[in-house]
Design a protein around this ligand. Sequence first.
Ligand SMILES: NC(=O)C1=CN([C@@H]2O[C@H](COP(=O)(O)OP(=O)(O)OC[C@H]3O[C@@H](n4cnc5c(N)ncnc54)[C@H](OP(=O)(O)O)[C@@H]3O)[C@@H](O)[C@H]2O)C=CC1
Ligand SMILES: CC(=O)C(=O)O
Ligand SMILES: [Mg+2]
Length: 598
Amino acid sequence: MARFSTQRSRPLHATPFINHSTTPSYANHDTANPSYIRKYLRTYGLTPPHSESYETQKTRCLAQLGLKNTDIDKFQYLSTLRKNNVHLFYRLVTDHLRELIPLIYTPVVGEACQRWSEIYQQPEGMYLSWEDRGSLAAVIANWPQPNVEITCITDGSRILGLGDLGINGMGIPIGKLTLYTACSGIRPEATLPLTLDLGTSNKTLRDDPLYMGSRRDKVSREEEQEFLDELMAALTERWPGIVIQFEDFKNPFPSLERYQNSYSCFNDDIQGTGAVILGGVINAVKRSGLPCKDHRAVFLGAGSAGVGVAKQIVEFFIREGMSEEDARNCFNLVDTKGLVTADRGDKLASHKVYFARQDNKGQQFKSLEEVIDHVHPTILMGLSTLGGVFTPEILRKMADWNTAPIIFPLSNPSSKSECDYESAVKNTDGRCLFASGSPFPPMTFTNSDGEARTYCPGQANNMYVFPSIGLGSILFKTVRVTDSMIYTSGEALSAALTAEEIERGLLYPDITRIREVSIVVTRMVMRAAQADGVDRETALRKMSDSDLDNYIKARMYDPHTEVRSLEREVGQLLSSLGNLSPILNGSLPEKKPNGSKL
Ligand SMILES: NC(=O)C1=CN([C@@H]2O[C@H](COP(=O)(O)OP(=O)(O)OC[C@H]3O[C@@H](n4cnc5c(N)ncnc54)[C@H](OP(=O)(O)O)[C@@H]3O)[C@@H](O)[C@H]2O)C=CC1
Ligand SMILES: CC(=O)C(=O)O
Ligand SMILES: [Mg+2]
């Protein structure tokens, strides 16, 4: 039997085939790799000898996870696993999406960000500081992966509904990019989590001795723009065509406007959120039985997400036959000063002006309650960061006025949700059409007619669309991300419900189907890009829908087949070399580190 020989002129451990310092996370220390693959990867001897089945790996991991007492312990365990055995991490996540997404993303990532500098253990992602301006390209050159295709950037200034967390916000780009890999199969080594240290307005953080960012106050808007200009140029210089996702910036409208026509970029909080809520609202409006023109919406929150969502729904109403003016008049946005009106007396931020009501006849409505009593909404959206503000009284009014009130408390994490599912179901006698930003468990409830059943909440989170917007943009090498690509992602999501999911009353596909849903949404995003003429992979244009689906599927990273594809790669290499001796004596050519397959 062929055996690995120790009698070689160049001992394996001394052979610098893979430079581990340049491939920190992806050297692939997978305990499932057979020994000849380990030799090929030059990881032989770096893991225990036995080559394990996934079942064994999974049993151990789930047992270890079960021993962790707190959500943060579980978050850290999973982060370490992602770092040490990336393919196993993604096998687990893709097999246990419902259980693990809440641990790697919202809600637990919220607490992880609040405590980032306290719980920090290992490097992940890249930090760029104000002090680095002028040399951002040089710092970016330090990122060890050569083929980055997508980055998610935050400056930490509005992390979920938790405020300015400075560099502690790094949990968000890491979490979002993890979902890119898990949900739409962008290879892990093709993702770059990026956090900008442009100072923080959070004094508690600045005074915290453990805080790992700079102590400076937040830079000015002009300075931020100057920094971002340099950053965009540096990123695209190193990785031409990279897709750039902006995330959790306090006021992201100016940057979106500045870059959206010259880079392949989008803002997840304005556009991704807009699209995902559009998807749920299309289904909820159908289920409400009311035509679009009879809907009246109250939005608590007129920030990036509130305005982004309202704009997408206006577009939907227009496509359903309403005039733009009538469509816009269905919306009532509420901020810290009350109903957004044109004559309120304050200078409205420019993103709010479009929705400022003109028909209030001088009357001002200062509180959510006043606005609700004035509007009698059919749709109630929460994008305010105010946990619990949809009180039982407000929910009961929604039920009094509507057969099927649409209630979406969308703020994250769970503690900031405007109401929980139980309260929404109980106070609307089970009639609400509900979706929240962070997950709530299903519940059984007996309504006033004595009917008992299980109610399933929707999770209206941009995680249903941004992975497909990103993948479609990468595969088509789009010049930019167009409004139509964004709208189409939401529309495609709404159409992705199965008959069984509709029967169960779901507004969003079951999360366990996210990878198959992502294929269809990605294809539709690509078709929209094609129609807008922003695609650069023109050979893909002529493909039929089913061929394009197959193409997308084939390009998606699948952690379950990673060992097999390595085996294929090595098999092809061996057959091209003609015999086994190279692998046995350790003289196989170096595996090029992490050439992306997308
Ligand atoms: N489910 C999902 O997929 C997503 C959810 N979100 C969530 O939405 C929330 C808001 O995000 P975003 O829009 O980016 O944040 P912004 O800071 O841009 O907007 C927050 C809005 O809420 C308003 N607001 C805050 N406090 C009050 C108050 N006491 N009374 C009335 N209005 C208030 C603000 O008013 P003012 O303008 O006067 O300051 C502002 O209009 C976050 O919790 C975030 O997690 C965001 C993106 C996606
Ligand atoms: C989900 C998300 O993007 C947010 O809460 O900001
Ligand atoms: Mg966000």
